[in-house]
Structures are given as structure tokens and as C-alpha cells.
Design a protein around this ligand. Structure first.
Ligand SMILES: Cc1cc2nc3c(=O)[nH]c(=O)nc-3n(C[C@H](O)[C@H](O)[C@H](O)COP(=O)(O)O)c2cc1C
Length: 205
């Protein structure tokens, strides 16, 4: 099977999905696993993901996504959200890491205190902005997984995030940042890729 690196020129931000072609449950599971296994700062995983295949919900997202056709025609829409309940995340993290064993947890106290201090230092907008940056790493992992599987995707920020929160009924500590539409391309011509030069992009020191 071709790898992610083999498929870099093949992948694109797909505009025209074939609505008849659906991503299989087993491929979807692989993409969600890539999202799950993506790294986050401290491993805090301050995010949540909505995986939408329900057509009526996709149509509502389309309306609040500047009517971009991908929301209607893609097989699934994965909505990436950050969450700002960072102290709760730290607590859950250490409950899991220690397996509920108080002695093991005590041995990790230094690290837990450091993470708690970090979480306390990030309030309101700063916490959500940090959480959204973590979510974007998972966003990249999801696109890479799709590319390796030769599943088309389109990263999408052209959407009303507050309206998405309402449609998906997300809790107050969670906010949408972007969406990834996934599926299979129609057989139509694609725009050529435009990339700045290596000299523009890279400085080797
Ligand atoms: C964060 C982000 C947001 C984007 N939002 C949209 C969008 O709302 N609609 C869309 O059609 N493309 C969107 N794009 C796709 C970009 O326009 C596209 O990735 C870029 O032009 C490069 O083309 P390529 O991905 O086909 O190589 C977005 C891309 C990124 C990374």
C-alpha cells in the first residue's frame, strides 16, 4: 500500500465529493485512531470530536458552513473542538495513568502538580486557544491518515463555529474550531497545486 509520503501530491483539499461513496466503518476507525493517537501538549487531550454521517445534520452544518458543498456530499464530517476544562483533564489523566492506585499516583505527584499549575495558569480564552492549537495537531494527523488510505478530505475553517456548537449541542466547556470533510472525490479536474519555493519556506542553518 502506498504511504502518506507517496500520496502527498495526490491529496488535495477536495471540493467535489461523490455523495454515493461512503467511507467504510473499518477505514473510519483507522482515521479516528490516528486522531486519538495524535500527540498533545502534556498529553492532556483537551479536545472532543463529533463524527457526523447523519444527512440532516450535515445539511444544517452546510447552512452554517457558507453553503460549502463538501458538507452535504462528503461521507462524514468530523468536527474538531477544543475544551477548556483543563484541570478536570489533568485529574482524569492521572486517574487513568495510575489505574486508580493512590501509591502510583503519589509517585507521579511532581508531574501532576506541574500540569495542574499549567492548567490553572490558562483561563478563559487562553485555555480555549491553547486547546484549539492541540486540536489542530489531531487535524493534521487525520488528514495524513486519510491521504495514506487514499480517502479524500477537505480541511474547513469556513464555518460559523458558534452555530456549529449549537447544532451539535456541545457542552459549555467545548468549542468548535474546524471541520474535516472526508469521502471520495468525483472524477472532475482539480486545480494545480501552488506552493512557495523551498527558499521562501525553509532556512537551513
Ligand atoms: C485550516 C484550513 C482551513 C481551510 N478551510 C477551507 C474551507 O473552508 N473550504 C475549502 O474549500 N478549503 C479550505 N481549506 C483548504 C485550503 O484552501 C487548501 O488546503 C490549500 O489551498 C492548499 O491546497 P491543497 O490542500 O489542495 O494542497 C482550508 C485549509 C486549511 C489548512
Amino acid at each position: 500500500m502506498a504511504t502518506f509520503l507517496d500520496n502527498l501530491d495526490w491529496r488535495c483539499a477536495e471540493k467535489a465529493f461523490d455523495p454515493a461513496k461512503k467511507v467504510s466503518d473499518s477505514d473510519l476507525a483507522k482515521i479516528l485512531h490516528a486522531i486519538k493517537m495524535s500527540p498533545s501538549s502534556f498529553g492532556m487531550q483537551p479536545y472532543h470530536f463529533y463524527v457526523v454521517s447523519d444527512q440532516a445534520t450535515k445539511m444544517k452544518l452546510k447552512e452554517k458552513g457558507y453553503n460549502q458543498q463538501q458538507f452535504e456530499d462528503a461521507s462524514h464530517v468530523i468536527v474538531f473542538c477544543g475544551r477548556d476544562d483543563l484541570k478536570d483533564r489533568v485529574n482524569t489523566y492521572f486517574e487513568m495513568a495510575s489505574g486508580g492506585d493512590a501509591t502510583k499516583r503519589a509517585a507521579m505527584k511532581g508531574y501532576e502538580d506541574m500540569m495542574t499549575g499549567f492548567a490553572e495558569g490558562k483561563q478563559g480564552e487562553a485555555a480555549m486557544s491553547w486547546a484549539h492549537r492541540q486540536a489542530y495537531i489531531a487535524f493534521g494527523f487525520a488528514m495524513a491518515a486519510c491521504a495514506e488510505l487514499m480517502i479524500d478530505s477537505c480541511p474547513m475553517e469556513g464555518l460559523d463555529t458558534a452555530a456549529f456548537d449549537q447544532i451539535l449541542n456541545v457542552p459549555a466547556n467545548t468549542k468548535t474550531v474546524a471541520a474535516l470533510t472526508i469521502g471520495y472525490r468525483k472524477d472532475v479536474p482539480h486545480m494545480p497545486k501552488v506552493r512557495f519555493t523551498d527558499e521562501d519556506l525553509f532556512t537551513k542553518i
